[in-house]
Design a protein around this ligand. Sequence first.
Ligand SMILES: CC(C)(COP(=O)(O)OP(=O)(O)OC[C@H]1O[C@@H](n2cnc3c(N)ncnc32)[C@H](O)[C@@H]1OP(=O)(O)O)[C@@H](O)C(=O)NCCC(=O)NCCS
Length: 171
Amino acid sequence: MGVRETTIRTMSLADIETVVEIDRLSFSLPWSERVYRLELTENPAAHLYVAVKKKYTDENILGYIGFWYIVDETHISTLAVHPSERRTGIGEGLLIYAMEEAESLGAEVVTLEVRGSNQPAIMLYQKFGFEVVGRRPRYYKDNGEDAILMTLKDLPGWGQTRRKKINISYG
Ligand SMILES: CC(C)(COP(=O)(O)OP(=O)(O)OC[C@H]1O[C@@H](n2cnc3c(N)ncnc32)[C@H](O)[C@@H]1OP(=O)(O)O)[C@@H](O)C(=O)NCCC(=O)NCCS
């Protein structure tokens, strides 16, 4: 199941139940249903998207991404792919889609935090040009792990180049 059979669209309230299930499988400090609901209904800076596999009228959520857009800066707030769907290009498809959306809003810089032990995510971000710019000691409350701060400095034109390079098409 590759990204070519996947559609990416805006997350809706009806998606929250499945998104929260994937969140629990993906993070030791998952977001609750309430947090997703608030993000979708109360936070004007929040932008959330889901990757779905479609079969007739049924949709199966495979993963999701979120970012906050404030002035000309974007912060990636969440990104996860269901464990059984990983390593098939969905994570990078979501990242490229979200960054193109952020660029269209006017974003120039993208920031994020990632656990220092999270090699899959760090490799993903580095593959797409994010650089390590700092570290927040003991940032994660469950195990006191440091957060690695990563930045993509020059967003304009980024998505178009990346999409061309890996030849992604969306649903
Ligand atoms: C990080 C995550 C979203 C990646 O999603 P994915 O769909 O498996 O990633 P993709 O298949 O698109 O992989 C894209 C690139 O990411 C990197 N990558 C992904 N998984 C990797 C792994 N297990 N080991 C090393 N590199 C990995 C590679 O650079 C890969 O490119 P390649 O295939 O050319 O080697 C997924 O592992 C996940 O949901 N993890 C749990 C939640 C999480 O940590 N989110 C990030 C929070 S900051």
